[in-house]
Write a protein of this length. Structure first.
Length: 165
């Protein structure tokens, strides 16, 4: 299954006005990898992104990326997260899979300057504060938050590693 091609096709065919097209493409790539078949539609807002069986148990999972909204993560058994989706690489190699407890620690563990979680009063949702990626992707955003995220992700298995166990 080539999840990179699935993501690229979605972005190419997606709406130019959709600021979340990369995150949606990432969701399709992740779901395609887990389900072992091509997935073409993103789940509706408020619906569980994916359920999967692991070690003979059924789990609920949310898929998040970058600075996206955090809705639904408090009820999920697992959270799959990527800080900077690159559609040129397979989703399963850049997605990290957190348990609910690890995710809660991740969201509350930042003790640097500023806030890690930001509340968008206009939309009524919480999301991770914008963070630096490169000189072309959010160049003026927080570098300390980016370093914190990188340090946590270093310890969390990728989706590919998780399912290869």
């Amino acid at each position: 299954m080539n999840t990179s091609e699935i993501m690229k096709n979605f972005v190419i065919n997606g709406s130019d006005n959709d600021s979340g097209v990369i995150g949606k493409a990432f969701e399709l790539g992740v779901r395609s990898y887990i389900m072992r078949r091509k997935v073409t539609k993103v789940k509706q807002q408020g619906k569980t992104d994916i359920r999967f069986t692991y070690e003979n148990k059924r789990f609920y999972c949310e898929i998040k990326s970058a600075c996206g909204e955090l809705d639904g993560t408090d009820k999920a058994d697992f959270i799959i997260y990527c800080d900077n989706v690159d559609i040129d690489f397979p989703a399963e190699t850049q997605a990290h899979i957190f348990t609910r407890e690890q995710w809660a620690e991740f969201l509350t563990g930042y003790n640097g300057r500023g806030k890690f979680i930001r509340h968008d009063a206009k939309r009524g949702h919480d999301h991770i504060q914008s963070f630096y990626v490169s000189e072309t992707i959010r160049p003026k955003a927080s570098k300390p938050i980016a370093r914190y995220i990188e340090s946590v992700l270093f310890e969390i298995p990728t989706l590919d590693e998780f399912f290869q166990k």
